[in-house]
Design a protein around this ligand. Structure first.
Ligand code: DO4
Ligand code: MG
Length: 299
């Protein structure tokens, strides 16, 4: 475990964003103070230690400075691993009005529409398990649609990094791939609509900083054969619940020994005649984080 000590690392806390990228061979850290300079983290760097650290920003600052001898790397680009080790990935649902409305429409025939309206208004949010770490895909990898689904969409979501004490210390981009045909058939099929091979990607990096401001834009573009076939955007100000509220419910009567990621719900749902196809390319951008891009495969 890296020692955070009593050096001047405290100058990095809260005001000092870092971005952590995980490549196939190393972990690279970019500091907001020196953008476009990527330092390799020491071998001891471990996402489990980061997520169990009381002051994760301090842990990253120590890794950034640790025995650094001037070796820097180019910006990591194409394929990146998800910034994760043993963290579970959970997701919140129906946290934006757009998600509530789209789901009420898709569940109407099954008589399930009322539940979405109720959960949007309720004190208790909808939270569901999304993926174990080995199931999480990174930037440049594929994400999947199910072979038994006929109506599929990506869900671009700000995703919180929460340490084992329940403290939100960072964030990334998440794609909560969803089968609308399976969920629409019956809300009790939600785990099958949401959890399957390739249904989750996070990245491109983990940002360690204060939470993004309400005006932060989330946008998505889907291309097919190089042509744009859908684009949409929303702002975090449209999120109905606070980040603390969502993480507080997640950690209520539940332990996360290695911390957790929590997707905060989607505010962008394509019109109902849209469905993903194999080889579509999904690019999700959140200001201050970057772009998470994945091509669609079928499983
Ligand atoms: O209620 C089902 C899931 C909702 C969801 O994933 C979202 O709103 O993002
Ligand atoms: Mg979602």
């Amino acid at each position: 475990m890296l020692k955070t000590g009593k050096s001047d690392h405290s100058r990095y806390l809260t005001t000092m964003p870092f971005r952590i990228y995980r490549t196939a061979t190393s972990v690279l850290i970019e500091s907001h103070e020196r953008p476009d300079i990527f330092r390799e983290a020491p071998e001891e760097f471990c996402f489990n230690d980061l997520f169990t650290s009381e002051e994760p920003a301090d842990y990253v600052a120590a890794a950034y400075e640790y025995e650094w001898v001037g070796k820097t790397h180019a910006r990591p680009s194409s394929n990146l691993m998800a910034p994760i080790r043993d963290q579970e990935i959970w997701a919140a649902g129906v946290t934006y009005f757009r998600s509530r409305t789209a789901r009420m429409e898709e569940a109407e025939t099954a008589g399930g529409d009322v539940f979405y309206d109720r959960v949007y208004e309720a004190d208790r949010p909808e939270l569901f398990f999304k993926a174990t770490a080995p199931r999480a895909r990174g930037h440049g990898d594929t994400v999947a649609i199910r072979s038994d689904s006929s109506w599929d969409v990506p869900e671009p979501e700000l995703t919180l990094a929460i340490n084992s004490n329940g403290k939100i210390f960072g964030h990334t981009i998440g794609n909560d791939m969803s089968s609308r045909s399976i969920e629409g058939e019956n809300p009790l099929y939600l785990p099958q609509a949401k959890v399957y091979t390739g249904s989750c990607s996070i990245g491109p990096c983990l940002v360690i900083s204060d939470l993004p401001a309400p005006e932060t834009k989330i946008s998505i573009e889907i291309t097919r054969g190089g042509d744009s076939i859908f684009s949409g955007e929303t702002r975090l100000s449209q999120l109905k619940r606070s980040f603390d509220e969502l993480s507080g419910f997640l950690f209520r009567s539940n332990d996360f020994a290695h911390g957790a990621y929590l997707m905060t719900g989607t505010g962008i749902v394509p019109q109902s005649d849209f469905s993903l196809k194999v080889n579509d390319v999904i690019s999700i951008t959140i200001e201050g984080i970057g772009i998470l891009r994945n091509e669609v495969e079928i499983v």
